[in-house]
Design a protein around this ligand. Sequence first.
Ligand code: NAP
Length: 248
Amino acid sequence: MRVLLLGGTTEGAALARALADDARFQATLSLAGVTRAPRPQPLPTRIGGFGGVEGLAAYLRDERIEALLDATHPFAAQMTRNAAAAAGGLPLLRLDRPAWRAQPGDDWHEFPDMPALVESLGETPRRIFLTIGRKELAPFQAAPWHHYVVRSVDPPPPGLLPPHATLITATGPFALDDELALLRGHRIALVATKNSGGAATEAKLQAARRLGLPMRLLARPLPPPGLAVVHDVAAALAWLHDLAERGA
Ligand code: NAP
């Protein structure tokens, strides 16, 4: 069965490994090409956008794709919308890892958009740990009186960092002890992030909790209505195995 796997996540990499070892599937992994040095993948890999809904629909047709598995990041909302619009009658499944949840006693607030989160930071200058991805940095220019410690995989393009910022480039997974040391070392007063979910980057929230720091999160975008969604790799594989058995 010819499968297109939209990746760029830990789950996408796990699915790529599973599909590479399974003779029933002829799968191609698709990456956006945003990471400078993506890890080597066990599947044939194409890199770069398709050219919107029409480009993706043409790709699915030309490559005779029989199933589309969207394992992109929970905040890759555009790609998820495009996949839903381009799939037509093709079997399509979205793998959306579970969101992080507040625990009793947490100082935890979620916001529907980044400007609302930025506004919540207030006017008293604070030292803020920011792990939100390059695309979301611009709204923080509106609150330049804070000192931001920004962590991202690759450096943001020039001009996107807020004026008072320290940049840390690093790739997860991150361990709790290291996150505690980072928050203490930079005298962080608040952690701002996206509710990405997943184990690889959760330690910063555990560390913030341990230190009693406020956590401000961007809430998940909603998936397109009617989209079939599962929440873990095993369920996504079960869906594919079922399709293969039925010869879809
Ligand atoms: P996005 O805003 O939803 O997508 C923007 C455009 O990038 C899409 O319209 C598509 O271009 C292209 N694209 C996205 N994912 C693609 C894929 N897997 N294969 C081919 N083209 C893709 O996505 P994003 O938030 O920029 O994320 C880009 C990639 O980084 C995704 O693969 C995602 O899984 C990964 N990622 C994102 C985040 C995050 O916080 N957003 C975090 C970690 C990893 P066309 O319209 O031209 O097809």
